[in-house]
Design a protein around this ligand. Sequence first.
Ligand code: PLP
Length: 402
Amino acid sequence: MNVLSTRDYIALEDGYIAHNYKPLDVVITRAEGARVWDTEGRKYLDCLSAHSALNQGHCHPRIVRVMVEQAQRLALTSQAFRNDQLPLLAEELCELTGYEMVLPMNSGTEAVETALKAVRRWGYTVKGVPDGQAEIIACDGNFHGRTITVITFSPEEQCRDGFGPFTSGFKLIPYADAEALERAITPNTVAFLFEPIQGEGGVVVPPKGYIRDVREICTEHNVLMVADEIQTGLGRTGKLLACEHEGVRSDVVTLGKALSGGMYPVSAVLASREVLGVLGPVDHDSILSGSPLACAVAREALQVIVDENLCQRAAELGDYFITRLQAIESPYVALCRGKGLLVGIVLKPQAGGARRFCEALKERGVLTKETHGNIIRLTPPLIVTKEELDWALERIEDVLCG
Ligand code: PLP
């Protein structure tokens, strides 16, 4: 039994933890599937899924079972020794995605950092870029994480304020503008890093053909196409990888979040042998990455995506959800956009920001979170049912039209 009240938990958190985030004031103590419960027993539908980390739903019983069994048998060896889970995860992940090699990491940001190191090394050793001159192009509106190198190319001044000096060698271009990419490329460009749909940036879906154009331009100029699919990958948009919507394979892809079903920090960089083969001993590692525990959890999390047809579910339920959301007539809504179950409702300036709508939804049992001040992001677990979405839709309509 909980002896602390919601207010007590919040006071403890605010007192002891760096104020690096502004959560909604709901204290969750238990979860199952798409549902979570707060410390006072109130039940909610989770329409955020930890920013797409819970594609398989909360506490998926298969992943929990494997995690407990593996934790009891062998959790960590470090990379000083081999283990019997890492090779199997690597094989299964490569077979599922069609890539040749994988390098597992922990957080999504680390996967991005890893990809940046690999493409720079590739630029010097394979492409022949003069030492120290490698350039990487990224996009306005991007979100790739929070480390110093990654925020170097964050377009948000607030994210960079007070954290300089930064890393050199990055260039920003407008998102969804293939001509801008072509213009920005120089002989020293080694890679183009982009999100197939910008998630944190507000669920920005590029026009059809953009990803194919990027592929062609990168191939033509011998520039590596790096798709950050940490949010869009693993079924979220209705395909295993969002680049598949345009029949395209990037040279490098980063995955994270749902790679463990939200049970453990597991991320990965996938690429060809030519790219990941440039890394040798001591070039890059992290003690907990590729641990038997992480790999066993990720193997089961991937198998759940396949066995439960989560890509198809996301495609079908996403079409339904977006169509129903677009039909809501609200004085506050500018537009609703997305792909699969990665959805954003963009509010008009007179709506007074998205936060108050997220607060009102929370009061009605629907959990979600604003992004960029004026966008309500909706990313329920892919195991959500149509009935649960209908239940949420009633409340969303109520809040947007009330
Ligand atoms: N890249 C993308 C596209 C993301 O959406 C995120 C997280 O939201 C990250 C990278 C960073 O991942 P993590 O928070 O696991 O470090």
